[in-house]
Design a protein around this ligand. Structure first.
Ligand SMILES: *Cc1c(COP(=O)(O)O)cnc(C)c1O
Length: 469
């Protein structure tokens, strides 16, 4: 399997090559040059597989430069029952009225990003070892991505993580989660600025090619194709758990921000998985809902981006959306390049000519959920089922409900556990979320963090001193 750029300006490369790169050299995103197809018979033959073996089957369709036995060993190490709190790794729990919850948040950082990141924590060291290389992962986080990356890479040789977080702007729980890691290869840098400023420092250093090459800088941000690939697995798993035989339709509802999670659903559907609807749920930052209703994509500025009670979906532009547009325009890379030029020049583009295809051909529908919707959905679901939702998952349930169809299970992706966002739970229910087993003392553990000014020179000096070479 080879990978091409959505903008057409990259020579086809293998999985291991694009694994270690961020954007393609032409500014586009890597996509498999064709979408592998899975037959109904093959799908049925996967019914009894444990999660890690299903992962090896699905991922092998996208990875031809790691041999099958090796890939099995990597997925087995990534999806351990003790890492995800159960043998099934991903649970399926019924709610009511055809809605179920696909439990993707049982990993070490209590959010679905662990599902992909734990695989990266295996495949990165493997590829680096084969190449005799090292990698210093540089990123900025406002919460979930950074901690998932740190837990996946902790203690691995050949990889170090330098994660910038905005000083004083994360919850006590999120800080404790990241800063309590004592591993020598994990560097928490609390910078005195907001997230966007931290992100600018990362972009400046990653854009300094001499510095980037000298210190082997890499990224694990949401445009990384390996993360998209690893997420495809749980759509197959969810379908296999929700059905009893071939061809039965299942819909998925996905709380969305950067369009990474639901893009994996789009790829799974394109592979032949019988997905009826992909329900895209946004919060008040509803750029994507607007696109799927009107065909016009108009990203917003940071100043126009609301701070909401489902903060991991507070995005102004959706990094992975370009991959869907690539498919939508018939994989015409020149067209994609022109659209993104237009976006840079005019701030929007119009694909309303494709409006009928969004649902008919690709299965997409969408909706917006607000702060009040989150609170009332959290109350309603706990009243009816005893299950406590996190605010992002509540957005998913709220937007999914009107799209439920007779005889078609609607699987809502649980993207975080409520303990991560306890203030919102307190607002909804008048009491905090229970702390998961084993994490009761998290906030009293010793923390390892370096506070730095939010500027390029300070972070550059820190990396130069601490990078593994
Ligand atoms: C990252 C995240 C999302 C958004 O996922 P995308 O892949 O960016 O669309 C939703 N909910 C939670 C809890 C997250 O951490």
């Amino acid at each position: 399997m080879k990978y091409v750029s959505t903008r057409g300006g990259m020579l086809a490369q293998g999985f291991s090559d694009i694994l270690l790169e961020g954007l393609a050299t032409d500014g586009g995103l890597a996509m498999p040059e064709r979408i592998p197809q899975v037959s109904a018979a093959q799908l049925e033959s996967w019914r009894s597989l444990p999660y890690h073996a299903l992962a090896a089957e699905v991922l092998s369709l996208f990875i031809s430069d790691i041999d099958a036995a090796q890939l099995k060993a990597l997925t087995q190490a990534a999806y351990l029952p003790e890492t995800f709190q159960s043998a099934e790794i991903v649970s399926l729990r019924p709610l009511y009225d055809g809605l179920s919850l696909l439990g993707l948040s049982e990993g070490p950082t209590l959010a679905f990003k662990d599902m992909a990141m734990q695989f990266l924590g295996q495949v990165f060291p493997h590829v680096l070892h084969t190449r005799g290389a090292t990698l210093n992962i540089l990123g900025a986080t406002s919460g979930d991505t950074g901690s998932a990356a740190e837990y996946a890479m902790r203690g691995r040789d050949s990889v170090a993580v330098f994660m910038l977080s905005p000083f004083g702007r994360m919850s006590a729980f999120q800080r404790a989660q990241m800063y309590s890691l004592q591993d020598a290869n994990i560097h928490n840098l609390a910078v005195k600025g907001v997230f966007d400023e931290a992100q600018d420092v990362v972009k400046a250093l990653a854009g300094d090619l001499a510095f980037k090459n000298k210190y082997h800088l890499g990224a694990v941000n949401s445009i990384n194709w390996a993360r998209i690939a690893a997420q495809i697995v749980y759509y197959f798993h969810g379908w296999l758990r929700a059905t009893t035989g071939p061809g039965q339709p299942v819909s998925f509802a996905v709380p969305s921000g950067n369009f990474g999670n639901i893009l994996s659903g789009h790829i799974a559907r394109s592979m032949g998985l019988p997905i009826r609807r992909l329900v895209l749920a946004t919060n008040e930052n509803n750029v994507l809902d607007e696109f799927f209703r009107t065909g016009i994509y108009r990203p917003r500025s940071a100043a126009q981006t609301f701070l909401t009670s489902s903060p991991s979906m507070d995005i102004s532009r959706a990094s992975n959306f370009e991959r869907f547009v690539f498919d939508l325009v018939g994989r015409d890379a020149e067209r994609v390049a022109r659209l993104w030029q237009q976006l840079a020049a005019q701030g929007s583009f119009d694909l309303s000519a494709y409006l009928p295809e969004f649902t008919e051909r690709y299965g997409f529908v969408s909706g917006t959920s607000t702060h009040q919707d989150r609170l009332s959905t959290i109350r309603q679901v706990i009243d009816r089922t005893g299950i406590l939702l996190d605010p992002h998952t509540a957005d998913g349930v709220k937007v999914a409900a009107p799209f439920v169809e007779e005889g078609v299970p609607m699987l809502v992706l649980e993207t975080a556990l409520p303990a991560k966002f306890s203030e919102v739970i307190e607002e909804a229910l008048g009491r905090p979320a229970p702390v998961p087993r084993g994490l009761e003392n998290l906030e009293s553990l010793p923390q390892k963090v370096t506070v730095l000014p939010c500027d390029v020179a300070s972070v550059r000096a820190y990396i130069a001193e601490h990078a593994s070479l």
